[in-house]
Design a protein around this ligand. Sequence first.
Ligand SMILES: *[C@@H]1O[C@H](CO)[C@@H](O)[C@H](O)[C@H]1NC(C)=O
Ligand SMILES: [Zn+2]
Length: 390
Amino acid sequence: MKWICLISLLVVGVVIAADDDLPLAKACDQEACQPPDCRCSSTSIPGGLDPKDTPQFVMVTFDDAVNVLNTETYRNVLYNRRNQNGCPVGATFYVCHEYTNYQLVNELYNNGFEIALHSITHQTPLTYWAEATKEIMLKEFGEQRVMMSHFANIPIDEIQGIRMPFLQMPGNASFEVLAESGMTYDCSWPTITHIDPGLWPYTLDYASTQDCVIAPCPTASIPGKWVIPMISWIDEDGTPCSMVDSCFSSPPQNDATAWFEFIKQNFNRHYQGNRSPFGFFIHEWYLRTYPAVTSALIQFLDYINSIPDVFMVNSKDVIDWVKDPVPINEYKARGCRNQTPSACSPASVCGPLEAPHKEERFYMSSCNACPKVYPWLGDPLGKNEKKINS
Ligand SMILES: *[C@@H]1O[C@H](CO)[C@@H](O)[C@H](O)[C@H]1NC(C)=O
Ligand SMILES: [Zn+2]
């Protein structure tokens, strides 16, 4: 009897382990891996296009909580801007939950910008993220998606992308969560070896050839889930940097002219190269702290918004193009993305709300009825229902 129990335990153990094991990704099979659902990691231009026929996409992104202070900058820098073809520009916000004002997230969404996820807790230490299991990732991002959709009143299907806090990936787990929750892409993975020519977005059906700068990187096959590589900039000493505000040898922060040239130099490497999407990845505090850098950015955006083959778009628009790559003229003929507005109603300021993770009481601006407690991991709608079994 004892033996039978032991044996069956072992069998169960093996079955569970096998179930958790994802298939290891194999070298990419160019024949089998074709758009729209598959693309090998590569610096070659989608659709075999010539650089001159390829839209130069620009992805401006901001990370972290959305609040009254940083929204001032977003209004000033981004609102009412159009690409040369007349379509409204895009930008992507990787929003984390704590201290976020959901009425302002709704405003960003209604101005045509993409809302993406950056976790509920954004906590330290980095090992929390490096070692995060699929279960933790499902809470941090799967639940955040529900939370974001509810409190900012954004259709849940419009939320398609994630970026890991501190760009610390957990290996496969974040991509497994994309698969389980029906999201499309991650934009957390820097490259310093595929800068020129730059690495285009690709899927994880097959093994990635991208350099792993911040381990662990995914090695499993996770079909149809996209990586938007963070192609590093090169600073004035030749050192790569993945976020603009992390470049060590950047020009003096009070020198708008030098900063404009710095941005343009990095842009030209893409524009005059294989036209891989150009990223301007930054935290708003940097712009607020250095007004000359803000002026340089505005000057740069004015400049690219006047070039016919440059398109400042939401990051998920880049994936849509890579899935179905067409030359510039055909791309322009598709017209502008149109988005149904989503009202903020009832607009409520909720609080003071008790939170499970801190003594502090929170005030939270919402586009929905107020939660009972501050929403958090395991309770994305702030219902404070104690689970009977836990
Ligand atoms: C990712 O999955 C592959 C294939 O199952 C596995 O070999 C690798 O160890 C996993 N990575 C991490 C960090 O768990
Ligand atoms: Zn962050």
